[in-house]
Design a protein around this ligand. Structure first.
Ligand code: GDP
Ligand code: IMO
Ligand code: MG
Length: 423
């Protein structure tokens, strides 16, 4: 397996957690490199459901070292409660390594996330309100507080004092909100620092040494290509880089060290939060997909918007990530639909558009051009090979491969780690 990057190919929630968990069995190291607890990765193993936010989904196997890289943003209270939760279930979390350069999320980030969303009114982004954007803003402004600062009391006390002063000005004077308490944050975060310090190190060295030693390293993407800050549907995006290039920056490894890149997609499309969605279904088919697929956000519980599979989006994901294969999840959710549609291009002002538009005003008014396929009614949730699938399901898979010019390498037919097979 060597070094495999795994990324979301749509708008997040493609089932990355399940595939990471499956591949982690054969991995020596699993690495998160961007995002924070805006991610919610579900793993169903031996009848137990785990919802992981920051800790790599590889933690459920005893073998893998789990790395939270420099490109992530960490809410210490959240990662500690996740660690406690996992420990309570008998999972050894001493294998968790956190990069000293990762940025720390503070209560003022959450407050500003909430207040700035409110101030945007109808133009809100629909963020997870976990302080992700405001924390990355501090990083770019070069006033952020990193894990190495958090565990160094002298540096921390001073940096925190300066930041709380500035943030309280913004909270109270710009947004009319309530100030946060410096003393409370200092006390709480000094407590978190003591507990997290044994896990903090230079993870770039760990990852590099593992790769050099020929270990199997799995890079765990969060979010998805269309939520990428640069190439996604800006401004309706997250504040980091969920595409494969994000691993180089966020884990501190060069691109030549990554051997392959697996994209994860659903057999249809979903999106949580605001922003354009050309194949969205506002009808009973969309409602049925949401109900059968249990399409409600892992982090916020919001209903996910649902629509047909969009091959224009997947071709974009193949391009910007350099995908070498696709894992297609939730094929089982489509069982029972008489007809299935795949969007192969968009139409706008009489023109056919085959490349995903680079800005959302160009995307406005794009009408999907669909190809239609016959559905199937057989239960596929126990399928173990391609031969166990109805011929219409195989035809659907093959049509997707053709439309996106990328092979489907894994198929998901249920949420459990056993309900997946390679082809
Ligand atoms: P992630 O953020 O990409 O890890 O995905 P989430 O965990 O947020 O959302 C994916 C949801 O689909 C979870 O509830 C998974 O348990 C579930 N899931 C994953 N693969 C399959 C599949 O093949 N079939 C079904 N029915 N559910 C799946
Ligand atoms: P996983 O890893 C789906 C979305 C939010 C919002 C936008 C910005 O589980 O696939 P943010 O809080 O990041 O500033 O919100 O990004 N978003 C996700 N949508 N899955 C995720 O993660 C997401 N992480 C962020 O809904 O539209
Ligand atoms: Mg998710």
């Amino acid at each position: 397996m060597a070094v495999t990057a795994l990324v979301g190919a749509q708008w997040g929630d493609e089932g990355k957690g399940k595939i990471i968990d499956i591949l982690a069995e054969k991995s020596d190291m699993v690495v998160r490199a961007q995002g924070g607890n805006n991610a919610g990765h579900t793993v169903v193993a031996n009848g137990v459901t785990y919802k992981l936010r920051l800790i790599p989904s590889g933690i459920l196997y005893n073998n893998a070292i789990c790395v939270v890289g420099n490109g992530t943003v960490i809410d210490p209270a959240v990662i500690l409660s996740e660690m406690d939760d996992l420990s309570g279930k008998g999972i050894d979390v001493s294998r968790l390594k956190i990069d000293a350069r990762a940025h720390v999320i503070f209560p003022y980030h959450l407050v500003i996330d909430e207040l700035s969303e409110k101030a945007r009114g109808n133009g809100d982004i629909g963020t997870t309100k976990r302080g992700i954007g405001p924390c990355y803003m501090d990083k770019a402004e070069r006033i952020g507080i990193r894990m190495c600062d958090l565990i160094n009391p002298d540096v921390f006390t001073e940096k925190l004092r300066r930041n709380v002063t500035v943030k309280n000005e913004i909270i109270t004077k710009i947004y009319g909100g309530e100030p946060v308490s410096y003393e409370k944050i200092l006390a709480d975060y000094n407590g978190y620092a003591k507990r997290l310090a044994p896990h903090v190190c230079d993870t770039s060295v760990l990852v590099y040494n593992a790769i050099k030693a020929g270990k199997n390293v799995l890079m765990e993407g969060a979010q998805g290509a269309l939520l990428d800050l640069d190439v996604g549907t800006y401004p309706y995006v997250t504040s980091s880089h969920p595409i494969s290039g994000g691993f180089c920056v966020g884990a501190g490894v060069g691109p030549t060290l990554i051997d392959s890149c697996l994209g994860i997609a659903k057999a249809y499309t979903t999106r949580v939060g605001k922003g354009p969605f050309p194949t969205e279904l506002d009808d009973e088919v969309g409602e049925r997909i949401r109900t059968v697929g249990a399409e409600f956000g892992t982090v916020t519980g919001r209903p996910r918007r649902c629509g047909w599979l969009d091959a224009v989006i997947l071709r974009f994901a193949v391009r910007v990530n350099g995908l070498t294969g696709l894992a297609l999840n939730k094929l089982d959710t489509l069982t029972g639909l008489r007809k299935l549609k795949v969007c192969v291009a968009y139409q706008k002002n009489g023109e056919t558009i085959t490349d995903f538009p680079s800005d959302i005003s160009a995307l406005e008014g794009c009408q999907p051009i669909y190809e239609e396929y016959d559905g199937w009614t057989e239960d596929i949730s126990k399928a173990k090979t391609l031969n166990d699938l109805p011929k219409n399901a195989v035809a659907y898979l093959r049509a997707i491969e053709k439309a996106i010019d990328c092979p489907v390498k894994m198929v998901g037919v249920g949420p459990d780690r056993t309900q997946n097979f390679e082809i």
